[in-house]
Design a binder for this molecule. Sequence first.
Ligand code: TRP
Ligand code: SF4
Length: 328
Amino acid sequence: MTRKRVLSGIQPSGKLHLGNLVGALQNWVSLQDKYDCFFFIADYHALTTGYDNVKALPGYIKDVAIDLLAVGLDPKKCVLFKQSDVTAHCELHLLFSMITPLSWLERVPTYKSKIAELKGKDLGTYGFLGYPVLQAVDILLYKPAFVPVGEDQLPHLELTREISRRFNHFYGDIFPEPKALLTHVPTMPGLDGRKMSKSYGNTIALSDTSDDIKKKVNSMITDPARVKKEDIGHPDVCTVFSYHKIFNQAGVPAIEQECKEASRGCVACKKEFLSHLLEILEPIQKRRREIETDENKLHDILADGAKKAKSIASTTLKEAKEAMGLIS
Ligand code: TRP
Ligand code: SF4
């Protein structure tokens, strides 16, 4: 029986962190055993908002590639590639741009919210408005059954299906209507309790050393009302407690009780969380060290992935060009 196909992508916007791990990457790793998986680094997408400063981009692309392998994506089980290595993405983007109504793009909720979030940056560009068209291309070129994404990406997936329907309506049945594979995860709080995000500087990166992580966790603020260990605690306002809920579910009832009756100190509580976290991160750190010593291998993995991606993408592109009257 042939496996159903799954595809997803991630933007290279810096080193990946715990939020990415729990929100997406752990899921991708488990999907590679069940599906025909394609995962890619969306470097063109990074240019839609980062076009004015590309100095860091090569490093970001490399960091993400290493992170993907370090978390356990296995090139023997899935196809890993870089978007810009597969020129079919550009060509199908041009074709889709012919049929995508501007009004569809202007009403995508991420369009206005990103502009508001990055105010001060000129996002009045053709490329930025076309972000979801490019995403539709990324997806439809590979005709996947499922696209694992977080909730924030659902509007992009809906637009992908709309573009697919519109294309098929004009030119015949070429594209599928892929479904989201929703990753239900708690939002990962950052060290300061706000959402974990590179732009807040509150992350634990997958590439942090165990020492860095210890320092970060030890300097976290817990329950501000707990000055002394004898003060009773309020776990619900404590980010360390939120982390226990994510990384140490079995321990949660006892921690909650001991915190509330002041029989547990914050230092010991952090230590317990750290041991659970490092158990997850140390194998990732070890794989990272192996990959970092072999740059050629990293290059070969992406080259091989691009070759596999191209063979599928170019077939789909040819179908689309024929359907649109460009090849007879
Ligand atoms: N927009 C996605 C994000 O920011 C990244 C992305 C680009 C993507 N192309 C994709 C995700 C195709 C899934 C499928 O997370
Ligand atoms: Fe937070 Fe643990 Fe301290 Fe309670 S004991 S306030 S849960 S760190």
